[in-house]
Design a protein around this ligand. Structure first.
Ligand code: FEC
Length: 314
């Protein structure tokens, strides 16, 4: 139908079950099976997180559903039906399945958006490449939102979360200004910098904008969740940063993982378990801002970007 526009909502993906972890990990490793030790280590991380399940799936489902509702409520979409489809990078339904589903429903025009605000050729770039290739096979005309790291509603949603946790520190007896805010994001191999990738700069821009809006000066950026490969990854890693802060006599730390938009392994394990354990050893108090999940401001961010991408072509 001509008034239908597809919205391909792209996200990382998570295993369906414990038995599915090996296939998922193999997909992440581009077809190379992990060693038994690597598989055991990842399985233990999943078992350790809240509930021992795969919360990313539930959050992605909910974000996709909420985005479709938010798009329908926007007066700029009057007369057009924006239909959301899910496409996951490493799990089912894969990116290609999402495009196939749009084609099956007769969608001819679509917009793609990733549930990650910052552009890197290794992340957003690869989602787009796969979606574009499949869309071309089906003759679907697609445009893509490449990043939205400075969208005012995203900055507002994040600032509100930072301020709310600083309030909690104050209630617990800390001085607001003495809390070191650590903005963080998934590390990537260092080689992206030589390749002129905008990822580190965009993350710094988001951090600066949130710090400004939340009125904080005591902050810095740090990386997290680096892969265990022979090539160097961007640093410093948050675990090393905590050691340095301890030497600087910092006692209170608030982590704001601005590169992630929902609760999943890299937040619930790498921050809530691993980083918190190090902080405890160092006698520091560490809190984390709440994840965006399907916060209305985040949904409005996504919806606005989809509509603008759509309008840009018409
Ligand atoms: O909760 C879950 O089940 C999934 C959580 C999860 C998210 C996520 C997001 C990003 N990753 C990014 C880059 C890489 C690169 C590699 C890599 C590897 C893993 C492994 C797991 C994993 N990632 Fe991930 N990532 C999540 C989970 N990621 C599990 C494999 C074990 C490990 O290394 O810990 C290295 C791949 C390789 O070997 O070549 C690179 C980036 C993001 C944020 C943007 C996005 O969401 O797409 C960048 C969520």
């Amino acid at each position: 139908m001509s008034n239908q526009v597809g919205v391909l909502v792209l996200s990382y993906g998570t295993p369906q079950s414990m038995e599915d972890i090996e296939a998922y990990y193999t997909h992440i490793r581009r077809g190379n099976k992990p060693s038994e030790e690597q598989l055991r280590e990842l399985t233990e991380r999943y078992e350790a997180i809240v509930g021992g399940v795969f919360p990313l799936r539930e959050h992605t489902n909910s974000q996709v559903e909420s985005l479709e509702k938010t798009l329908a409520q926007d007066e700029r979409t009057s007369g057009i039906q924006f239909r959301c489809y899910q496409g996951l990078k490493h799990a089912s339904p894969l990116i290609e399945d999402g495009v196939d589903a749009m084609a099956k429903d007769g969608i001819k025009r679509a917009v793609g958006i990733v549930l990650a605000p910052h552009y890197s050729m290794m992340s957003i770039g690869s989602y787009i490449k796969r979606a574009q290739a499949k869309a071309e096979e089906h003759g679907i005309e697609m445009s893509f939102v490449e990043s939205y790291h400075l969208h005012p509603k995203l900055i507002e949603a994040l600032s509100v979360r930072v301020s709310a946790k600083l309030d909690q520190f104050e209630e617990a007896g800390a001085k607001r200004d003495s809390v070191r805010v650590l903005f963080s994001a998934h590390s990537l191999p260092e080689k992206i910098v030589e390749m002129g990738d905008p990822y580190p700069d965009q993350l710094l821009e988001t951090s600066k904008a949130v710090a400004k809006q939340a009125g904080i000066e005591n902050w810095q950026f740090t990386w997290q969740s680096a892969g265990q490969t022979a090539t160097p990854w961007l640093g410093p890693d948050i675990l090393d940063t905590l050691q340095v802060l301890s030497k600087e006599q910092v006692e209170d730390v608030l982590v704001a993982p601005v590169g992630f938009v929902s609760d999943h392994l890299e937040v619930l394990y790498d921050l809530d378990i691993e980083a918190k354990a190090i902080a405890k050893e160092l006698d520091m108090r560490l809190m984390r801002i709440d994840s965006l999940n399907n916060d209305p401001l985040y949904m409005e961010t996504l919806s606005d970007c989809v509509i603008k991408s759509w309008q840009g072509r018409n």
